[in-house]
Design a protein around this ligand. Structure first.
Ligand code: ATP
Ligand code: MG
Length: 574
């Protein structure tokens, strides 16, 4: 490609609404432009990177035996009513009516549509396993679109759906996608972790998120450098502590006046104790009905997802001030487990505690030297809290690391949720009718490019991993009016292009500084600079974007040396 005949509108200014570096750099390097909130145009170089990610995805999906098709973007409301998601999906679903007043939506995901296809076409165990995928534009009316194409409203997704006759088959399909995803993100040159995740709106029994590690990521993740266990903070398990061997003496329980002292901080300061000597009693409402007391140590945080799981609840919600007052007889801030007439559940850490402080269920009252068993009973202990940096790895006991990640892919074992709702049944070998077992698997294509930028940049611009860079090599002739310089540049351009290398020839009549800056901003991995002095000496300058050193190479060797280097860069990612 010749720069002068191409379209790369770079600029210096940092866009005012771009909070993260990838958004800033993708705008500045001329990859994307915003049309309106959460909706972007992919300019030519942005599209090149997108297409390269898509190509890697296609190759790996095909290798894993998945079959490409393309489903409609517009979906009839009836299908979503059948699955129950027309109500459930809420305002992220872009809904509209056609001229006949029929309701429809722009697909944010395609479980309903693919299940509809399969229930019409697949009736026998002989037609499975099968996995269909597509790469397509989705629309989700995100509440807070931000970070450019990382969290857009309109975005490109690869989604795949597997169909199996039994659990063992569904597990194999899941494993195959896990492997394919690992290869895809490796081939994109990204540093990532596959983390155990919660199943969210799509539902189902098991899932992993593929997280690109980056400080600005929206998700907090925990990972163990020792055994490579990784999980979402929400999901990470906490092991119960070792039971105490030596019990302390138990002085009698006493009341202490704590006027206007409510929060953990206030109570610990007032009583000169550590937060770990206090128990928080949180009042929760389960499934919009029963109130439940939840006990966690003062220095720990409750994890609502875990509470929901331990209680087997659909929903859990912090009780209102009014409900707290009805249940405890005291305003918020003084709840405690002693003589509290509701079910109590407690985090494992509470079991090992002795002589602790709790609220007294009366305004301005706390209790000291409270003890489990003697002063109150707990119905059930469980893993209820958010993991802390002090906790060991739940799998191998080593110290864990906290970090942040960008979710670029997500795989789910769906089970029969959609096949049952939509009646996608098949006849098994015994001729019995069974619901098909499904899995679904998504990758954010644009988000993958943005995440790569977020992970690979410096103060000059992007440092693209070669497989997803808009171009592999930039040829930078410094004086385009110098005949020998341009002849050399043109010859190298032809040679490299003939070798199948993806080259951008910067043939613009611009100052050297401008050309260098643009090349660095765009993040093209290999640069060859052709200057008049070098040409006279029979040399060109070779430099990698990721390194500060450059070397001079003889012109006759230049094309093959560049090709070798390009191949090395790809090989280093295998
Ligand atoms: P998130 O938690 O980030 O909203 P999600 O769980 O809603 O993601 P999925 O429904 O699993 O996402 O979609 C599959 C993939 O699509 C995600 O892993 C992500 O890479 C991508 N994706 C989801 N929402 C967006 C968005 N608003 N903009 C760009 N990519 C997105
Ligand atoms: Mg989402």
């Amino acid at each position: 490609m010749r720069y002068s005949q191409y379209f790369i509108p770079t600029h210096k200014e940092v866009p005012s609404d771009a909070e993260v570096i990838s958004h800033q750099l993708m705008i500045r390097s001329g990859m994307i432009r915003k049309l309106t909130s959460g909706i972007y145009t992919y300019l030519p170089t942005g599209l090149r990177s997108i297409r390269k990610v898509e190509r890697i995805i296609r190759e790996e999906m095909n290798r894993a035996g998945a079959i490409e098709l393309l489903l409609s973007a517009v979906q009839p409301a009836e299908l979503w009513q059948e699955s129950g998601r027309w109500e459930f999906y809420g305002r992220e679903l872009l809904r509209f009516k056609d001229r006949h007043n029929r309701e429809a939506c722009f697909g944010p995901t395609h479980e309903e549509v693919i299940t509809d296809l399969v229930r019409r076409e697949i009736h026998s165990y002989k037609q499975m396993p099968v996995n269909f995928y597509q790469i397509q534009t989705k629309f989700r009316d995100e509440i807070r679109p931000r970070f450019g194409i990382m969290r857009a409203r309109e975005f490109i997704m690869k989604d795949a759906y597997s169909f199996d006759v039994d659990e063992a088959g569904a597990n194999r399909s899941y494993e195959a996608m896990y492997e394919a995803y690992s290869r895809i993100f490796e081939r994109c040159g990204l540093t990532f972790r596959a983390v155990e995740a919660d199943t969210g709106t799509i539902g189902g029994s098991y899932s992993h998120e593929f997280m690109v590690l980056a400080e600005t990521g929206e998700d907090e993740i925990v990972n163990c450098p020792e055994c490579r266990y990784a999980a979402n903070l929400e999901r990470a398990e906490v092991l119960p502590p070792d039971p105490k061997t030596q019990a302390e003496a138990m002085p009698p329980l006493t009341q202490v006046a704590t006027p206007d002292v409510k929060t953990v901080e206030e109570v610990t300061r007032f009583l000169s104790i550590q937060p770990s000597q206090l128990i928080k009693t949180l009042i929760y409402v389960k499934d919009e009905g029963e109130t439940i007391g939840v006990l966690v140590r003062g220095d720990h945080e409750l994890n609502e997802a875990k509470l929901r799981r331990v209680l087997g609840a659909q929903s859990v919600e912090m009780a209102s001030a009014q409900v707290v007052e009805e249940v405890t007889g005291a305003p918020v801030g003084f709840a405690g487990p002693v003589d509290l007439d509701i079910r109590l559940v407690a985090d494992h850490a509470v079991a090992g505690m002795r002589n602790f402080v709790t609220g007294g269920n009366r305004k301005d009252l706390h209790l000291r030297d409270v003890n489990l068993g003697r002063d109150f009973e707990v119905e059930r202990f469980g893993d209820l809290r958010i993991i802390t940096p002090q906790d060991p790895c739940p799998k191998c006991g080593s110290p864990i690391e906290f970090g942040r990640g960008i979710e670029v892919g997500h795989i789910f074992k769906l089970g029969t949720k959609y096949s049952q709702a939509l009646n996608a049944l098949f006849l098994n070998e015994e001729g019995k009718e069974r619901p098909i077992i499904m899995g679904c698997y998504g990758i954010g294509v644009g988000r993958t490019v943005a995440a790569a930028v977020e992970q690979n940049h410096d103060h000059h611009g992007i440092i693209f991993p070669i497989p997803i860079a808009p171009f592999e090599v930039i040829l930078l002739p410094l004086q385009i009016h110098h005949q020998k310089v341009m002849e050399t540049a043109e010859r190298l351009y032809r040679e490299l292009t003939d070798k199948g290398v993806d080259v951008l020839l910067d043939d613009r009549d611009e100052r050297a500084g401008v050309k260098f800056n643009d090349a660095d901003l765009m993040g093209i991995p290999v640069r060859l600079t052709i200057g008049s002095r070098g040409v006279d000496q029979g040399e060109v300058e070779f430099k990698l974007r990721s390194e500060s050193e450059s070397v001079h190479i003889p012109i006759p060797d230049a094309a093959s040396r560049v090709q070798e280097k390009v191949n090395d860069l790809y090989d280093s990612l295998k």
